[in-house]
Design a protein around this ligand. Sequence first.
Ligand SMILES: Cc1cc2nc3c(=O)[nH]c(=O)nc-3n(C[C@H](O)[C@H](O)[C@H](O)COP(=O)(O)OP(=O)(O)OC[C@H]3O[C@@H](n4cnc5c(N)ncnc54)[C@H](O)[C@@H]3O)c2cc1C
Length: 292
Amino acid sequence: MKPPSFGYDAPRTLGEALGVLAEAGSDGKVLAGGQSLIPLLNMRLVAPGRLVDINRVAGLDTVEVTAEGVRVGALARHSRVLRSAESARAQPLLAEALRHVAHPVVRNRGTVVGSLAHADPAAELPAVLAVLGGSVEVRSEQGQRTIPAEAFFTGPLEPDLRPGELAVSAFFPALPPRGGAAFAETARRHGDYALVGVAAVVVLDDDLRVSSARAGYLSVAATPLVLDLTEAAGRRSAASCDWAAVAAHAQSLVDPETDIHAGADYRRHLAGVLTERALRTAAANALERGDP
Ligand SMILES: Cc1cc2nc3c(=O)[nH]c(=O)nc-3n(C[C@H](O)[C@H](O)[C@H](O)COP(=O)(O)OP(=O)(O)OC[C@H]3O[C@@H](n4cnc5c(N)ncnc54)[C@H](O)[C@@H]3O)c2cc1C
């Protein structure tokens, strides 16, 4: 398979990259790790006039961890983030989900921000960003925008990115002190895109009762779906909460479609099973973190 012909630019600074993207307008496409874009080009599903390869742009290969969360720069590869113990401590969900993204060889090249910009509803990281209430920072010659996750994913493979814009980083908020997270998915083979995946976050109050329970889903809708399950959890103690009932409630709210990989009923069933598993583990992790 050969891609259609395209122009190619390899800027070395952010300013140069934004200049080239501004000039290219809707004809331009950013090339990061290429793990999604190159297959799309080779299958001729996209035909941009100009590829703007950002791999030589200095200063984008960053993983900054603060008390507020983890900021991942546009050229930080999946494997780099996965190796960061600091990042895993601040936001364990990111590392947990990344272990399910493809295989090491793909993770060595693919980027976290590229995965968000690709906006595949079957990808792990958009669901993680969505359930955490994270955001994407975007730059262009016109200025800067911070786009919350709930506005960034507008449709399948449709991020809220305008011509001339480059996503420079993504921000994943840290878990609160009495917070726990867990990720669960089912795929036909490890490393395949998931038939369904769930990213769960449970936060406890000082009496170890559930003060917040949220679940983010991949592969059940055209964009990441986030359910607030706090009311269903009923502010019970984390240890005695009826997570099976909460998961059954979540299952009744998802409305997946049938495709060549799985039927809608099977996906709905998986959503229930995986929600219970992820919420239970998240609650146990929250109890462990809250235990001085
Ligand atoms: C065999 C295989 C299995 C895979 N399995 C999984 C999986 O299980 N789960 C999963 O989530 N992913 C999977 N992937 C995809 C992989 O995670 C990619 O790395 C990821 O989707 C895109 O990151 P990238 O850096 O390679 O982006 P690219 O392929 O370079 O770009 C993808 C898209 O995002 C845009 N883009 C990239 N960076 C920016 C930016 N900074 N600003 C604006 N636009 C940008 C590009 O223009 C393009 O439209 C798989 C890939 C392969 C080849």
